[in-house]
Design a protein around this ligand. Structure first.
Ligand code: ADP
Ligand code: MG
Length: 445
């Protein structure tokens, strides 16, 4: 069920409930007020009769003169008064009624609900001739009930009007809320389909505005990540192509020429009267040279020693190579022995990160000292980690956004489920911190 449908059903149920409660309470109120009014009318009439006859001596109570005593009763509302005398027909009259003929009569269920059971009051008078007459006072609250009916109707309609206004107001708010939800959903669909350059508009409702602004920030972050990924992929392909070109040139220049020379010399040895030993020496020399070239090409492609000698020895070799090439740079190296059991797959990534960091230090930092530290961090709750800290005391400062080294290191580390941070402070140096989950060596390694 939609949110709007749900809210409308709730409102309608509440309206029905409020109307039920309101009707019951209105009828109860009407009943109370009619009863009070009628009782006070009866009391007033009784007091007037009592007072009137107390003033009139019994001797004067004859003919029709005494009737004037009760004529004042006509001013009292809601009563029916009868004067009865044994043998005679009763005289009956109703007191003042304010019932407007044009007003609709209340429905019988309302009359039945509001009407209480009123007892007939009786007042006996002694006449001059010794006979007795009775004045009977009965409630006749029809006009009061009509009034209560009018009030109840007004109450009912005012509640209906109020609820209708609430209903309209809630639906208006919902209308603008649902518009906001629709536009947020449309934005999310676009993000889902890979279109990250969306900008959701501002919304009047602050909560939706906050959601929209978070979505805008998220899509911007995704867009930047996507652009970085695309740039990295282009760079990777470019490197691959250039490496292939270099190798093909080396194969052509070094291998091709050497093989041609070996072949030519071998052909020469076949001829008569040729001195073989010097030719064999030349072939051996060329083969030694070829072996060197092949080894160098292999080292470029993959540090073979990693799987043979382990991470410590390979890194020490790399660091010694940099010490030889940059004698002014002092390189401190700390290695945790626990890392000897690190999986080869992870080791190659650790090696590449250290390699890129050292290249950067030599290329950009003008540092006099760099420390490379690899640690094994044991963790009871989470997985164990490999931690890398490479800090130099160089110039630091602005990062040139053209390079791919930092981006590629971050990708490597995050792809392994770790985290990478690069902090560069002007005149203080660069601090690279990275951790990756520790994966132990597999059986066959
Ligand atoms: N150790 C460092 N000291 C000073 N600046 C550095 C250091 N490492 C990286 N940088 C800065 O960060 C930039 C980006 O580095 P990187 O992504 O490796 O690309 P590249 O090395 O190809 O320039 C460098 O151009 C340099 O400005
Ligand atoms: Mg670099």
């Amino acid at each position: 069920m939609s949110l709007r449908g749900l809210i409308n059903v709730r409102i309608i149920l509440s309206v029905v409930f409020i109307l039920l409660i309101g009707s019951v309470s209105a009828v109860w109120q009407a009943r109370q007020s009619v009863e009070k009014e009628v009782k006070s009318s009866i009391n007033l009439a009784l007091q007037m009769i009592e007072f009137g006859f107390a003033q009139m001596p019994v001797a004067h109570r004859q003919g029709s003169g005494w009737l004037s005593q009760i004529s004042a009763l006509q001013q009292v509302r809601h009563l029916q008064i009868s004067i009865a005398h044994e043998g005679d027909q009763a005289i009956t009259f109703t007191t003042q009624q304010t019932l407007d003929e044009s007003e609709s009569l209340p429905p019988s269920w309302f009359v039945a609900a509001v009407m209480a059971n009123y007892l007939t009051e009786r007042y006996d008078i002694e006449m001059a001739d010794g006979s007795h007459k009775s004045i009977l006072i009965t409630a006749n609250p029809m006009d009061e009930i009509s009034e209560a009916w009018g009030e109840s109707k007004a109450f009912f309609w005012s509640i209906v009007a109020m609820l209708w206004i609430i209903f309209l107001a809630v639906n208006l708010v919902f209308h603008s809320m649902l518009r906001a939800v629709k536009s947020i959903l449309a934005g999310l669909h676009l993000v889902e389909s890979g279109k990250y350059d969306i900008t959701l508009p501002h919304f009047k409702i602050s909560e939706f505005d906050a959601i929209a602004s978070e979505i805008n920030k998220m899509s911007l972050a995704l867009k930047i990540a996507q652009e970085n990924n695309q740039a990295l992929a282009r760079h990777t392909m470019h490197i691959q192509e250039s490496e292939r070109r270099t190798m093909s040139r080396e194969l052509h220049d070094e291998m091709g020429q050497s093989l041609t020379a070996i072949k030519a010399m071998a052909v020469t040895t076949k001829q008569a009267n040729v001195e073989v030993p010097p030719i064999a020496d030349s072939i051996i020399e060329i083969c030694n040279h070829l072996a060197k070239v092949v080894r160098s090409m292999m080292r470029t492609l993959h540090p073979l020693s990693l799987s043979e000698l382990g991470l410590n020895a390979t890194l020490t070799d790399l660091i010694n190579e940099w010490r030889r090439r940059s004698p002014t740079l002092s390189i401190l190296f700390h290695y945790d022995e626990h890392l000897d059991s690190l999986d080869n797959e992870v080791s190659i990534h650790v090696y590449r990160v250290v390699q890129e960091c050292l290249t950067n230090v030599v290329r950009h930092s003008q540092a006099s000292e760099v420390s490379v530290s690899l640690d094994f961090i044991s963790n009871q709750q989470l997985t164990d980690r490999v931690e890398l800290n490479i800090n130099d005391n160089g110039i630091g400062g602005e990062v040139n956004s053209q390079g791919f080294g930092i981006l590629a290191m971050r990708e490597r580390v995050e792809n392994l489920g770790g985290q990478f941070s690069f902090k560069s402070t002007k005149d203080t140096g660069v601090q690279v911190h990275a951790w990756m989950p520790f994966v132990g060596k597999k059986e066959h390694d």
